[in-house]
Design a protein around this ligand. Structure first.
Ligand SMILES: [Fe+2]
Ligand SMILES: [Fe+2]
Length: 276
């Protein structure tokens, strides 16, 4: 069983890279299931139901989110209607949506996806992501040993710790959020595939997806600035993981950086207000 995990899709350039590359990647690696982080897919800031449906049509099976989950108010209603779009599971009880799901692949295999948000350097008051994952995994393993975890977090240490915490009980722990791919992909001792950050699917001639001029101005002047999604050097970042369907253990992890040479994205309508 082969799965593809795609790093944070940023704005229209990110969506274009997914739409332009995904079908060929699925064929090349014989992919059975695709998980993509889409927390920046709408103009770099959050996700809308329209864009979620577009990404699912393009071949993603489950979309995960992160700290930008509430940026587009309209998404809240949609989160309650679908199991294919997840918000972090360790938000307090009662918030809209689900933090994990069990899906069935085209070949009839059950597979679970869990979305978590780290607590180090994050603006939210969250439940413990470690204990939250432990409870979910104990429950889900009665149905399937194939468990894919998107650990959306800032601190590398928190992500590495999560990998070891659940080693052997989940198939994959992939980090998202920093938008910079790390080269530490490996199979942990008990069989969990791990990478600290899968990277970003979007314009790489940028500062983590935003126009470099805007971000530099902010760093150089400390004045409020409007950020705009960049356009050039569109890439898809991700990992391919091969796992055993009976045990859920992974034996191969391949890190991907694919250039998309499509037309330059039109991002005029994608200016987002800085929210900090
Ligand atoms: Fe994030
Ligand atoms: Fe992100």
């Amino acid at each position: 069983m082969n799965i593809l995990c795609i790093g944070d899709i940023v704005g229209k350039p990110g969506r274009m890279a997914v739409e332009g590359l995904l079908a060929d990647l699925k064929e090349e690696f014989q992919i059975d299931f695709v998980v993509a982080n889409a927390e920046n897919a709408a103009g770099g800031s959050g996700l809308t139901s329209r864009i979620a449906k577009q990404l699912l049509r393009a071949g993603c099976d489950v979309l995960t989110l992160g700290d930008h989950v509430w940026d587009q108010k309209e998404l809240e209603g949609y989160l309650g209607e679908t199991e294919a779009v997840l918000r972090p599971a360790n938000f307090p009880e009662g918030v809209p949506g689900k933090g994990w799901c069990v899906q069935t692949t085209a070949s009839g295999q059950k597979i679970s996806v869990v979305n978590l948000l780290g607590r180090v350097f994050m603006r939210y008051h969250l439940d413990c992501p470690f204990r939250t994952l432990k409870n979910i995994v104990e429950h889900v393993r009665q149905e399937t040993p194939l468990i894919v975890v998107d650990m959306h977090a800032e601190a590398t240490s928190e992500k590495v710790a999560m990998g070891h915490f659940i080693d052997g009980k989940a198939s994959v722990v992939f980090g998202t959020h920093t938008h910079v791919q790390t080269s530490d992909e490996r199979i942990l001792p008990e069989g969990t595939a791990y990478i600290t950050d899968v990277g970003m699917t979007g314009p790489h001639d940028s500062v983590i997806g935003q126009r470099k001029e805007d971000i530099l101005k902010r760093f150089l002047t400390s004045m409020p600035a409007r950020f705009e999604v960049a356009k050039d050097d569109m890439r898809l970042n991700g990992i391919v993981v091969r796992m055993d369907e009976r045990t859920g253990k992974a034996d191969t992890i391949i890190r991907l950086q694919r250039l998309f040479r499509g037309a330059a994205a039109e991002t005029k309508s994608e200016t987002v207000e800085e929210k900090n």
